[in-house]
Design a protein. Sequence first.
Lengths: 444, 287
Amino acid sequence: MVLICILINFPKQLPLKIHLGKINWEHTLYRPELNLGKFTLNKNVDLKYGLDLAGGSSLLFDIDTSKIPSGGLSNALESLKSNIERRINLFGVSETSVQINKQQDKYRLQIDLPGVENINDAIKLIGTTAQLNFYGVIDDTLFAQATSSAEFQKSIKDTGLNGSHLIQSSVQINSNNSQPEVSLDFNEEGTKLFAQATKEYLNKRITILLDNQVLTAPTVNSIITEGKASISGSFDSKSAKELAVQLNAGALPLPISIIQQSQVGATLGQDSLNKGILAGLVGLALVALFMIANYGKVGLIADVGLVIYALITLTLYRLIPVTLTFPGIVGFILSIGMAVDSNILIFERLKEETRLGKDWNMALETAFGRAWDSIKDANTCTIITGFILFNPFNWSFLSTSGMIRGFAVTLILGIFVGIFTGVFVTRNLLRVFAREKLSVKSKN
Amino acid sequence: MNIMKLRPVFLVISSILLGIFLFSIIKWQFKPSIDFTGGTLWELNIPDYSKEKIDQVFSKNNLELKSVNSTGTNQYLLKFSDITPDKKNELIKSIKESFPKYSELKFETLGATLGKELFQKTLAAIILSSIFLFLFIGRRFRDLSFGVGAILAMLHDTFILIGSFSLFGHFFGAELDALFVTALLTTLSSSVHDTVVTFDRIRELRRHSFQKDWVSLANQAVTETLVRSINNSMTIVFMLLALVLLGGSTTRWFATALLVGVICGTYSSTAVAIPLVLFFKKHSKKK
């Protein structure tokens, strides 16, 4: 019996410490690094909040796959994804998520940008496909003095090289003059074209146009065959970075178009979070009072079980980690209400059994045994529905919406933890309680 | 307690409720949210708000403003058709001109096709979970009367929840969105779960005492499970009520839907499912 108590003490202390660690973060910073035998816990245990609570932007794009032969599709999607990730990284946003979902025969690109409140900047960065073109300058004087676009077009000749031949563009610092410059890496075809162009325009100029604006027109000093080039000029580090981002934007393998955008300001998110926490606490207090009012001392034990339940659940959120959304908080709050259900089932049984004249210990064991069947049945339905809502296999005919998933995941977790605390923890607490009751009796 | 004596009362209550909601659904239908129809939601904080100026901004941009709701002090939720990022830039520009002190709280826009897609998906989810619940009930209760009773009680709850949102939609502007469907599915399962617990008790009692007739068995089972059933619902109701009253506007209707569902599920397991079983049993005996 004592052993079991020690066992149940373990899960109790684990969440307790972490919880304290979170609340009094400053002076308990060392606490999350718990040593439980061989199991060391030093994961980052901060709660992760969804966009609706933390604030940020979420974008959904349609991917146009019609121009890609089916064989090259998965490759193109993969490079689209890595391309976009790279662009977002240059934007300097952390904890972003880029996902490609298949919806029936269509592909969708889902991008979450926590903390980005200016959604239009983000869309511009991700969605606009800047056109990058390389032209050879054939008439230098006309190129410099062109007054109309027709004249300008006459002064240059297309090299066939453009943004789609670009694998990557990044910022580097020139080792000679420590000026930032933008480096270009071409793919196989691009390397050939670039070699050809540098040969053709050796000692002449090649101009690089971005969206038909002249970016730069460097003179070709040598034939470049390894497919690498750099654009130097009057860049500061910011403008070099911007150009690199734009050039990467020019290299999207598949056209995308925006179909959904949503954005939540951080203040609104914080407000929702506070309200959710307040509602949860008030609800919890009401339930706790209700249990004590109805079942007295036993109810108090159920309340202790409930607090343990809440702590374990919160710990799991941190460890898995579960991204907490507002519907997720609703799921959590709902599951607290449901977790009490197991206790109520057991206590009602307990009442009946003691009414039948059984002694307390016996009654306790029978009550748990009998109630277990009902608890199992009762929760099966909710778990079934929870799984359908969560859609773990990403079935395309079901929703993969973050809101619905957020709710489902906290609900399912809540039910499993609820069964554990309701049956296992409360039972052991009650056993201890019963033993004390007996020992008090025997002293008398 | 002879609760089964109240069967006619339950029948009247359920019929009135179903009647009201049927009327409401036919008369007022539903207000689908942009989740299903596509469109734009824009929540703004505007200290110097005036409806006229807002209207001006929208007519200047050739957009039809569908509705404006106040969601808090100086907070307004605007609804209109879905827009492109460029259009939004124009809109922001003209909002800035009219309301220099505005700030943006939330922005969401989605196309109509996406809405239609989500609608199909949620429908698929409802059908799929109904099938699973039917299977579960079928496996649990080989007895046809119990199975049909549980399923009809579930449909009863579903109808009341959907109907109540038609009513809420008409009077308080509640909308059907993806979260409503989530609440609906949760209601389905909690309705079945409550019924299962009560049915379990009837079967357990029957094993111990064969001589008793169905009505008194049902009475005893209900008496024994009613406290549990009500107490359990009370705890969930407390939680949800706290959310409805104190939680933010984002999930108010979601919590309300869950609340209606829970109350309904508790009521129907005693007042719909068991009377139905008794009705079937009586009917089959006569044959």
